[in-house]
Structure formats: structure tokens, C-alpha cells
Design a protein around this ligand. Structure first.
Ligand SMILES: [Fe+2]
Length: 439
């Protein structure tokens, strides 16, 4: 076990901190205007191997924790209050919470319950094999999750064709908080819009806007054998867990507010954009600030402009229940997660060095009050407890109900000879209604 020590970092302009047990990466962005005087940090003490490297010459701190417990001892670097861009009198205190992403595939379902082995079926045949389609529909109806294996497919467009067996009326990804690139023009397939090294907390797709997809599909063109897996978590089981806690009841009483801080493309035009997540111009598809509010309101969002000189920040707020009524099961399901909090960026290169109060997303209770560290931990834990991996092989297609299942993944690093490419397909949307009393 490593011990804690006080490490003095002089003139820190860059630092490195862990993203996984066995790896680290260098932060690309510098923190402007960090004062020269000494800052004090607590880091694990080095033993035989250098777990902490502090250098004044080229001020970089390298921390390589060996165990999960060590991660908890890392203090997130944050510039001192006088250099911050927010007006918050008291910066939010927060210690990084790493999701577990447990490997137990039988929790809470045996994979047999949702896996369809397509061996021996010509998956490229037209029309699609009716037996497989029927199995998909039955499985989706029963579990809300379908995993096609041994499809023999290698092209995203062919996998997408099977995804549409469930996912109807594909939507174009427009209202999302972050830009996605098209990975396959022919198939109109988008990438998942996140850096590999970042862990992605379990989430329902687009829970932070008033229209969310009913279902989504992910499918695999390439994936290494031992990483890059998608994890799914059973929202029904998580709901039952969280409702047994005070926090779950508090969520029920107060609801949640999704806050988004969008930056100004015009202001950042010729500046370093490594710390930028999304500009309001991209998010709303207009450069005219007068057009933003009507579009935002049509999406159920309140807006607040924060003009600082030439820089026009936009804050959007969406107040909604933490739960969502799901007619098929005639019950409310927990529909929120920490993925829509500043925690989403804990391992995003560039954004993770931004003070938590200045990050693009924030999740609060519906009365604008913050969740405590313990409440956030509990939020992560309930989804972790009922989550498990989909261990991708080329050609596999997963389809999930966006009410009943969340998805996420740990961060990963690819060796130069490794590839990971997933396609994502989002289905038609439903209008959020929140929870129904007594359900
Ligand atoms: Fe997602």
C-alpha cells in the first residue's frame, strides 16, 4: 500500500494523472495564468517504483497508482480561486469517483437471456432471416436487450441492417451535447463521440433533453480481445436499489436539473480548442444568438447568457424528474445518472483539467442544490452493481431499450496494431414525461 505524502509542485503548468490502474497519459493543455507560488498537493508516496515524480525543471507531476484504493487518494488539481473563470465564491469540492465496471457477466442476467447465436445463418441474405428477426423481437420484448453473436458480418452497414430489426425510424444526432463524427458515410453511422482514454459513466442516451431515443444499437467492426468493451446496466434493478436509499427518495422528491455550459465558437475561433467540449453555435445550429432561445425553449430548456466581454457563454437548464414512466412495464424507472454531471469529464483529455464548476455539464437536484460526494458515489454504485460487459467481437450487434438499460465503458488504450470501431444507431424518440405518481 502506498502512503500519503505532501508533494510540493512548483510552478505547475502541466500534470499527468491516472486514467487506469496500469496507465497514464499526458495532459495536453496548459493551465493559463497559474500563479508561480507553491501549491501543495497530497499524493501517494513512492516506494520501490517511482509512483510519484515531481520535477521543477519541466513542471510535471506523474502519478501512477497501483491499486484502486490509491486512486481515492488522488487530489484533483484545480487552479486557485483567483484564476478561475466562474464567480462561484466556494468552488465545489469533489474527489474523482471511478466507476467499477464489474466483470460478472451473470449479474443480473444470464447472458443466455439476451444472446442470439447467428452461427450457420447467412446474415447478408435478403430479406433478413425471419427466424432471427422473430428471436430478436421476442428477446427485446422480454429483456430489452439483444446481443447478436457469430454473425459473420464485417461491414458496419450490414450490421446496421440488423440493428434496424428493432431500432426503427433512425434519428439524426442533432441535439446532443457533443459533436459526433460520421464514421461510415454510406451507412450514416456515427462514432460514439468520446475519446478512448475516457471512462464513460453508465447513462441513458440523451437523458438530458426532452426527447430521448426509445432504443439504440451499437455494433462492432473492430475490437481488441480484452478491452474496449461496452458495459450495460439494468435500469430496472438499479431503480429498485436506489429507491431503498434516502438518496433515491430525495431524487424522487426533488427531481434533477441538467445544466450545460456551452462556449462561444466566435470567441474561440483562433484559440486553443483542446479544452472545448461544444460551442452553442454547433449545439443549436445557428450563429445568431437571438435564434438560440426559441430553439432551446422548443427543447424544454431554459437559457442564461453569461457575457464576459467578447465571450458569450450560454448556460442551458432542463428540469425534469430523475425517473421516467415506462408504459410497457407500467412502472417508473430511474432515468438519470452521473454521466450528465461534470463527472463525465473526469478523464476527458483537455476538459478534465477544467475546474469542475466550469465544465460543460452539471447535474443538480431539481431545486438547484448540489449532490454530495456520498450521494454521487451511491449513484455510481447502484448502476455498477447491476452492470456487466458486452465483450465485442467483429460483426456483433447489440440493441437495447433506452428505458430499461444504460450503457457505458471503462477508458482504454490501443496499441499501434489494435483497432476499435463501433457504430451507433439511435432510434425514434419519445417525449419525456417524468415519473407517474404511485408507479
Ligand atoms: Fe451513449
Amino acid at each position: 500500500m502506498l502512503k500519503r505524502v505532501n508533494a510540493k509542485v512548483l510552478n505547475a503548468t502541466r500534470y499527468i494523472r491516472p486514467v487506469a490502474m496500469t496507465s497514464y497519459r499526458q495532459m495536453s493543455s496548459s493551465i493559463p495564468d497559474t500563479p508561480k507560488p507553491t501549491e501543495t498537493f497530497e499524493f501517494p508516496e513512492q516506494e520501490e517504483t517511482p509512483n510519484v515524480v515531481v520535477t521543477n525543471e519541466e513542471p510535471i507531476v506523474i502519478v501512477m497508482p497501483e491499486t484502486e484504493a490509491d486512486l481515492e487518494n488522488i487530489v484533483v488539481f484545480s487552479p486557485p480561486p483567483e484564476t478561475r473563470t466562474t464567480n462561484r465564491a466556494t468552488p465545489t469540492e469533489y474527489k474523482v469517483i471511478q466507476p467499477l465496471f464489474q466483470l460478472d457477466e451473470t449479474m443480473p442476467h444470464n447472458p443466455e437471456a439476451f444472446t442470439i447465436d447467428c452461427s450457420g445463418v447467412d446474415m447478408k441474405e435478403e430479406p433478413k432471416n425471419p427466424e432471427i428477426i422473430a428471436k430478436m423481437k421476442e428477446t427485446f420484448d422480454r429483456v430489452g436487450l439483444v446481443h447478436l453473436t457469430n454473425t459473420g458480418l464485417t461491414e458496419l452497414k450490414d450490421m446496421k441492417r440488423w440493428a434496424t430489426g428493432i431500432v426503427e425510424n433512425e434519428i439524426e444526432y442533432k441535439a446532443g451535447a457533443n459533436p459526433r463524427k460520421i464514421v461510415d458515410v454510406e451507412a450514416n453511422v456515427y462514432d460514439v463521440g468520446a475519446p478512448n482514454t475516457a471512462w464513460l459513466h453508465y447513462h441513458h442516451e440523451m437523458a438530458y433533453v426532452s426527447k430521448s431515443p426509445k432504443y439504440l444499437s451499437l455494433f462492432c467492426k473492430d475490437c481488441p480481445a480484452d478491452k474496449g468493451w461496452t458495459y450495460v446496466s439494468d435500469a430496472v434493478a438499479a431503480t429498485d436499489l436506489i429507491l431503498q436509499t434516502e438518496f433515491g427518495q430525495k431524487l424522487k422528491d426533488k427531481g434533477v436539473c441538467y445544466v450545460r455550459n456551452l462556449t462561444d465558437a466566435e470567441f474561440y475561433k483562433n484559440k486553443d480548442q483542446s479544452m472545448i467540449y461544444n460551442h452553442w453555435q454547433h449545439s443549436f445550429g445557428t450563429t445568431n444568438p437571438d435564434e438560440v432561445e426559441p430553439i432551446a425553449n422548443s427543447r424544454g430548456l431554459a437559457v442564461e447568457w453569461d457575457i464576459r466581454g467578447e465571450n458569450r457563454f450560454l448556460k442551458t437548464k432542463y428540469y425534469v424528474s430523475a425517473y421516467e414512466y415506462f408504459a410497457k412495464l407500467d412502472r417508473n424507472i430511474l432515468f438519470s445518472s452521473v454521466a450528465d454531471d461534470f463527472m463525465w469529464f473526469d478523464t476527458w483529455p483537455g476538459v478534465d483539467v477544467t475546474p469542475v464548476d466550469d465544465r460543460p455539464l452539471r447535474l443538480t437536484f431539481g431545486d438547484d442544490s448540489d449532490m454530495t460526494q456520498e450521494e454521487k458515489q451511491l449513484f455510481v454504485d447502484v448502476h455498477d452493481r447491476v452492470g456487466f460487459p458486452i465483450k465485442w467481437k467483429t460483426g456483433e450487434v447489440a440493441v437495447m431499450c433506452n428505458w430499461r438499460w444504460l450503457h457505458g465503458r471503462p477508458g482504454f488504450h490501443l496499441a499501434p496494431n489494435e483497432k476499435r470501431e463501433l457504430g451507433v444507431l439511435l432510434g425514434e424518440t419519445f417525449e419525456r414525461m417524468g415519473d407517474l405518481p404511485g408507479k
